[in-house]
Design a protein around this ligand. Sequence first.
Ligand SMILES: NC(=O)c1ccc[n+]([C@@H]2O[C@H](COP(=O)([O-])OP(=O)(O)OC[C@H]3O[C@@H](n4cnc5c(N)ncnc54)[C@H](O)[C@@H]3O)[C@@H](O)[C@H]2O)c1
Length: 363
Amino acid sequence: MKIGLPKEIKNNENRVGLIPAGVYELVKNGHSVYVQSSAGVGSGFVDADYASVGAQIVPDIETVYDLAEMIVKVKEPIASEYPLIKQDQVIFTYFHFASSTELTRAMIDSKAVCIAYETVEDEDGTLPLLTPMSEVAGRMAIQQGAKYLEKPIKGRGVLLGGVPGVPPGKVLVLGAGVVGLQAAKMAAGLGAHVTILDINMKRLRHVNDIMPSHVVTEYSSEYNIKRHIKNHDLIIGGVLVKGGKAPKLITRDMLKEMRPGTVMVDVAVDQGGCFETTRATTHENPTYIIDDIVHYCVANMPGAVPYTSTLALTNVTLPYVLKLANLGYEEACAKNNDLAKGLNIVKGEIVYDEIKEFFEDKV
Ligand SMILES: NC(=O)c1ccc[n+]([C@@H]2O[C@H](COP(=O)([O-])OP(=O)(O)OC[C@H]3O[C@@H](n4cnc5c(N)ncnc54)[C@H](O)[C@@H]3O)[C@@H](O)[C@H]2O)c1
């Protein structure tokens, strides 16, 4: 199969859909890979790295789309890419159709085969192509939170690990899913005192089993949240209600109960956020302050660490890319239920129920 790797053109997106190790596997399996010049630079891979494993470097994005039977990328296509997409071309990437009717319409009109990373689903209901980005964001939440706790950037001036004779900082983690677990792990590693809340007892049992004793689990209730925000330095929002908006666990009123300089990192911002005062920010301007509380609400946290994020993402996408290339999308999806769940739009027709409902409601 002819596979195309375009350079991401969405603002500040430095990840790339295939790394040289992936191209190596595809070429070994008899496929041709067309890489747009400088596609991997933002993630630390130069054209020569791709060429050395058998990729053909092409000068522009038009040539990539023109030559390829399958496009592998990271972010959803943006308007300038719509006309490049051809009928029957397989596009394997994050789409998030529910957030854009314009994109949905464009992909229906293109008559391409759109397989979305975010809906590929394992037998146990987990989303294997979303998990690594939550892992990155969860770990990063502590790194960012620790930084914004510094006084010159308006934080409380607390060192999370403390020092001998001074107690460590306190971290409150809302949600014990992928983000919450990774955040708790990083905070515990720094020596902070960690409280992690969830409404799912199975998750709390798991965390309790694997974490050291300075990570304390508690059931998530308004009462417990109100009690803890008063004396925690860093609060991480990592809750998710599948298919719904994040619940507002910390309201504007509650900010007055916190100590000035407390830092709140809302990782769940992409689902509306779990703090009432959350509004999405960018890496250029990641924080804002309300009632002396520092808010960090960057909607694409993994974008700041493209090297790690690209490796984490391509580790999990490559096995699917290989199946699609070796078998063709029809046979690959017929043989793999998890991949079949990724089919969102096929040759002009929405084939994923939730997206169909969403789209029919909007038009
Ligand atoms: N900002 C970013 O860059 C970025 C990156 C990756 C993921 N995310 C987002 O982070 C959020 C969390 O993702 P995840 O992969 O950890 O999800 P997950 O499903 O693994 O975990 C979510 C957890 O929240 C818990 N929860 C639900 N309601 C709760 C409540 N009232 N109180 C406490 N816990 C509650 C659930 O029981 C679950 O354990 C999602 O919205 C995801 O989209 C954001």
